[in-house]
Design a protein around this ligand. Structure first.
Ligand code: ARG
Length: 566
């Protein structure tokens, strides 16, 4: 279904393309002050100069020559210097409803992705550390972007690139051998390992030999020392168990868990390749690729002690992904504090001669702040995500007990609402903005929240359950248009919103759109008696069902589950 304004813009463009761009026409079109002047008006003042005619004459000529389907616009009338357009709301809405109800959850899908493969690096938490709010952002943004791209016909491969390799594991192993207790770690792995890590940093400030010890353990780990490997494996298993609990709650899954450790061995090949191409330079005993021409600082490839680095492993992983997936684009949903890293990654790959380097696409997002400041793992200043999710679910439960204690499947609804609130709290913001973490904001279940949308969906569903009769032919009451038309136009806009969200990798476009749709529908619900029997009931029910379809599908794309009753 086409947007009516777009159709009119196009039709005007066919007449005026020599003088005005489509964008200019779009800007000129205005909503008349009085309803009896139509739904949209085009002023002809600007054309007077080029046509050397008076604006009223131009309006009269245009209204006679412009071609628009009577199914879209019923009347075109010149009034003074304006061309006024009257929409054919009835025909337009009938066609839209037929199409939405027939397509059901496939409404809004596109095929422009042509089944091309897009690997997406998302979530990617660091083992032996708590799952941070930054990782939550990556997980929920990535999950939503993936679903939106799939709806546009792409084949998305979700890769959880675990941070399971690097100097920090040397430090952690050192700390464990010094102060660790097996029992404690087993019973509360993440918190215990974090405590060891924090203690290591504190004591290393006083005792420099610890730094040396940590480094030595990482060298051992890279060389495959059995004791180092055994401890590292154990930390990783415990961490994964805890992460998977979070993924279950969030209802997110991955196609691959290939993390940094899966690529450290390929680092040798990367070094050889870089050497062959003469790209490596020594700098204080370390090996770097200079990126002066690109205006970037040099990329560190190997430390002076011979160990590999984050960038080295990412180079290996990028090459592996191109070989494995022959991708159209390779996405990295990672915080914007790593922008430089991804610029360097792309630049080094380009220098290595890979013509696909530009397919590396960083999808950055802002930070999650606490009291206006970045949260720091090293200092132990983090909000534990599981705690946040549990709090939200608890709050949802309380709400249900107060407002609807007889509800079926309370536990399941509370989980969907509580988790939905956390996810949506993140997604409704432009992804580049920093988000202040606030329980108060997150647990507000009204206004621009997931519970508000879930509630609107459940309300629509309950109306449909109460109504009898099948929804096959629809009539619309002209008196309803005041509230119905804005709902209709929003329903019609869904496919375009999806396309935009895919183009900008931006789920907030869907989130904001859903809030507007729900607002229009709730105003419609408050002012129009949807269930009143008579010849218009079918039309009203069709609109209600269309809204339920779009909200349900929109929330699914955002990774928010929707209960049928609330
Ligand atoms: N583990 C990293 C971190 O927590 C994020 C990894 C992002 N992905 C990548 N391919 N570099 O900061």
């Amino acid at each position: 279904m086409k947007n009516v304004k777009k159709e009119i813009t196009k039709a005007l463009g066919d007449e005026l393309h020599e003088y005005l761009s489509l964008q200019k026409i779009d800007e000129l079109l205005e909503v008349p002050k009085h309803e009896n002047m139509g739904d949209l008006a085009f002023p002809c003042f600007e054309l007077a100069k080029v046509f050397r005619k008076n604006p009223s004459q131009i309006a009269a000529d245009l209204s006679a020559s412009i071609k628009l389907s009577p199914l879209v616009v019923s009347t075109i009338k010149a009034v003074g210097p304006y061309v006024n357009f009257f929409y054919n709301k009835e025909a337009y809405t009938k066609e839209l409803m037929t199409s939405v109800l027939k397509s059901a959850h496939t409404y809004g899908s596109h095929t422009f992705g042509n089944e091309k493969t897009i690997p997406m690096d998302l979530s990617s938490p660091n083992i032996a550390k708590p799952f941070s709010m930054g990782h939550l952002r990556s997980t929920v943004i990535g999950n939503a972007v993936g679903k939106i791209l799939e709806k546009c016909g792409y084949n998305v491969v979700r890769i959880n690139y675990l941070g399971d390799w690097g100097t920090q594991f040397g430090k952690l192993i050192a700390a464990y051998t010094l102060w660790g207790e097996g029992e404690k770690v087993r019973s509360n792995p993440i918190q215990e390992l974090l405590a060891l890590y924090v203690r290591f940093h504190e004591e290393a400030e006083k005792d420099a030999s610890l730094v040396e010890m940590g480094r030595a353990w990482f060298v051992k780990l890279e060389k495959g020392d059995p004791e180092a490997i055994k401890l590292w494996k154990w930390f990783k298993e415990e961490s994964l168990l805890s992460f998977k609990g979070i993924y279950n709650l969030l209802n997110v899954s991955f196609d691959s868990y290939k993390g940094e450790s899966s690529h450290h061995q390929q680092s040798e090949e990367i070094l050889t390749l870089l050497k062959e191409k003469g790209l490596l330079e020594e700098s204080d005993g370390a090996l770097v690729v200079r990126l002066d021409e690109e205006g970037l600082p040099p990329a560190l490839i190997q430390k002076s002690d011979g160990t590999t680095l984050y960038t080295t492993r990412d180079l290996a992983a990028a090459i592996f992904r191109k070989k494995t997936y022959n991708h159209a684009a390779s996405l990295y949903v990672v915080g914007n504090e790593q922008s430089l890293h991804f610029k360097q990654l792309r630049a080094v790959l380009k220098k290595m001669g890979y013509d696909w380097a530009d397919e590396i696409t960083h999808v950055p997002f802002g930070m999650m702040l606490k009291d206006g400041k970045k949260m720091s793992t090293r200092k132990g200043k983090v909000v534990f995500l599981e705690e946040a999710l549990e709090k939200s679910i608890q709050f949802a439960k309380q709400n249900i007990e107060e407002k609807n204690p007889g509800l079926n499947q309370k536990e399941d609804v509370a989980r969907k609402v509580g988790v939905g609130a956390v996810i949506f709290h993140d997604l409704k913001n432009d992804r580049l903005n920093d988000v202040e973490f606030s329980y108060e904001e997150m647990l507000k279940f009204e206004g621009g929240t997931a519970p508000y949308l879930q509630y609107t969906y459940a309300r629509a569903k309950s109306i449909l359950r109460k109504a009898e009769g099948d929804v096959t032919s629809y009539s619309f009451n002209a008196e309803d248009w005041g509230y119905a038309w804005s709902v209709v136009q929003k329903v019609a806009a869904f496919p375009e919103v999806i396309e935009q969200a895919a183009h900008y990798y931006d789920p907030s476009k869907v989130a904001k759109y859903l809030l507007k749709l729900a607002q229009s529908f709730n105003a419609y619900y408050a002012n129009v008696r949807i269930l009143e029997t008579g010849s218009y009931q079918n039309g009203r029910l069709a609109l209600t069902e269309a809204v339920a379809i779009v909200i349900g599908e929109g929330l699914r794309l955002l990774g928010v589950e929707v209960p049928e009753e609330m």
